[in-house]
Design a protein around this ligand. Structure first.
Ligand code: GLN
Length: 547
């Protein structure tokens, strides 16, 4: 597209958790399918500089970008939908905005002026929104504002949107996402909260151009017209967003409602190519019409909160679709696993994945799960802490170092098989100081990982402070745990595998962040494939039932 970058703002009203991220990603997908270049940005109104220091109970998974930014999990959706990388610039929090402004103030850049929310904070917000547009590569920048309109903390963002809409004229529009609650007593969807939410937005000077209404039941005839009348929008700009069977259906639902067409027309774009969603629909077909199913256990300490393992769950789904198999996840709480109940908890699984994590809570359960996978020859994938636990388990139960541990769990352990990296030792600040982002890794020809990736040099994203302790390398190798992937520069171990096991792979990095609908992650695809193989094997070994 020639001409200036178009800005689309997405706000939410009535309640939080309406799925602004999915709607934004779906709109982006539809625009991308018409050949436009799009990026999506999330503005988070909390004071933390980034979500890296947040407990998953507070905020779900922390998603890591190629450039090592610790970001909101919505960025994971953006990448999974668009298959284009995001970066630090795609996630900005109030903490970061204030930090930038205060740093400028300390450098004397405000020339003696009083520094205020308006214009200084709003200018910094506007600078961050436009920074993506100024790169000159995007036709559209979609900016999603976290939280709900009316919250005190989102006021400066709405004000920044008001100013940008005024400055950009035809090159900007705003979409407001609301909820139509259903009253079961009268059997009706109600529009009043939407009207009030739009009023709230209007009182802040922002007229939404498009309303996306989340609803559990179909909107009845005349409802769009009614909302349009009360909210100063066209009836066709009132978009119904019904509950979907899967998030991957949402782009198609939005296409049916012509969200992209209304957006393009409102932004003055009259000529645009047809959308090509053939790859997307092919994925959906494989995903929804599997030829078989497989059961995989996901062992972690946050399993009651599925958002904590968002990217892993999605990566398993992508890999399932690629294998035309439905992946059923059994969520296994690592704190509740004991050697006594393990066979019951993990029995019948064709694959076991041990999740990343921090701190000692649940660690012994993870180690027990890995022992089970190793001894029973169940396909295993260990990610980050999951890989570190595999190393500890092997040291304890195969090498016979019963007190082996990571120095994260036990600073003075006699066998520190996992230890803090040298460069981490002097670091005191907790935020943004781990080993973060993409690092290269070389794989050994013929290893399970190399076979899965179909290449020898890979690059994967990291988020950790501890590492395999190379002082023990020879001992592990001799006993059958092989370092099949290493960082070519630092020689840090990135991937371990067991010599005598059908499929046992532990990775220090996080493959889940790079799995997308267009490119399911090869390691997850390989893991699910191995699990399918195991299921077939297990079925063929079933004792014959005689009557
Ligand atoms: N806690 C471990 C470390 O810091 C693992 C981190 C993770 O699983 N992301 O090294």
């Amino acid at each position: 597209m020639t001409g200036s970058t178009k800005y689309i703002f997405v706000t939410g009203g009535v309640t939080s958790s309406l799925g602004k991220g999915i709607v934004s990603a779906s709109l982006a997908k539809l625009l991308q399918a018409r050949g436009f270049t799009v990026t999506i940005q999330k503005l988070d109104p909390y004071i933390n500089v980034d979500p890296g220091t947040l407990n998953p109970y507070e905020h779900g998974e922390c998603y890591v970008t190629e450039d090592g930014a610790e970001t909101d999990l919505d960025l994971g959706h953006y990448e999974r939908f668009l298959d284009t990388p995001t970066s630090q610039a795609n996630n900005v929090t109030t903490g970061r905005i204030y930090q930038n402004v205060i740093n400028k103030e300390r450098r004397g850049e405000f020339l003696g002026k009083t520094v205020q929310v308006i214009p200084h904070i709003t200018d910094e917000i506007k600078r961050n929104i436009q920074a993506l547009g100024r790169k000159g590569i995007y036709d559209f920048v979609i900016t999603e504002v976290g939280g709900t309109v009316g919250d005190i903390e989102s006021l400066p963002y709405i004000e920044a949107i008001r100013q940008l809409k005024w400055e950009k004229g035809k090159d900007a529009l705003s979409i407001h996402l609301t909820l139509l609650p259903f009253l079961s007593t009268t059997g009706e969807l109600k529009t009043k909260p939407t009207q009030h939410s739009v009023k709230e937005l209007l009182s802040l000077g922002v007229q939404p151009d498009i309303l996306v209404c989340r609803t559990e039941h179909p909107m009845v005839k005349g409802m769009k017209e009614k909302i349009a009348l009360f909210c100063n929008v066209e009836p066709r700009a009132v978009i119904e967003s019904a509950d979907a069977e899967t998030i991957y259906d949402v782009p198609l639902l939005m296409q049916r409602e012509q969200l992209d067409v209304v957006v393009l027309e409102k932004l003055g774009i009259e000529h645009y190519p047809d959308a090509d969603l053939s790859q997307w629909t092919a994925f959906l077909r494989r995903y929804k019409e599997p030829k078989g199913e497989v059961h995989i256990g996901l062992v972690g300490k946050y399993v009651e909160l599925k958002d904590a393992y968002k990217s892993i769950k999605e990566a398993l789904d992508h890999a399932g679709a690629e294998n035309e198999t439905k992946v059923n996840i059994r969520w296994v709480h690592s704190e509740k696993l004991t050697p006594k109940n393990i066979a019951k908890q993990l029995g019948g699984l064709s694959g076991i994945l041990v999740a990343p994590g921090f701190g000692h809570r649940g660690i012994e359960g993870k180690i027990d799960a890995i022992r089970y996978a190793r001894e029973n020859r169940v396909p295993f994938l260990g990610i980050c802490l999951g890989m570190q636990c595999a190393v500890i388990e092997f040291a304890r139960n195969v090498l016979g170092h019963s007190t082996a541990n990571s120095t994260e769990m036990e600073a003075n352990t006699t066998y520190p098989v996992i230890a803090m990296m040298e460069e981490q030792k002097s670091i005191e600040n907790k935020g943004g100081t781990m080993r973060l982002g993409a690092y290269p890794c070389k794989l050994i020809e013929g290893s399970k990982a190399q076979i899965a990736y179909k290449k020898n040099s890979i690059s994967e994203r990291h988020r950790h402070r501890y590492e395999f302790n190379n002082a023990y390398l020879e001992e592990f190798k001799t006993a059958g745990m092989l370092p099949v992937g290493t960082n070519p520069q630092t020689k840090l171990v990135e991937v371990v595998e067991l010599k005598d096991h059908p499929w046992f792979v532990g990775v220090q990095y996080h493959p889940e962040y790079k799995s997308t609908v267009a490119k399911p992650h090869p390691l997850f695809v390989g893991f699910v494939k191995a699990a399918i193989g195991q299921a077939v094997l297990a079925a063929s070994h079933k004792p014959l039932v005689t009557s």
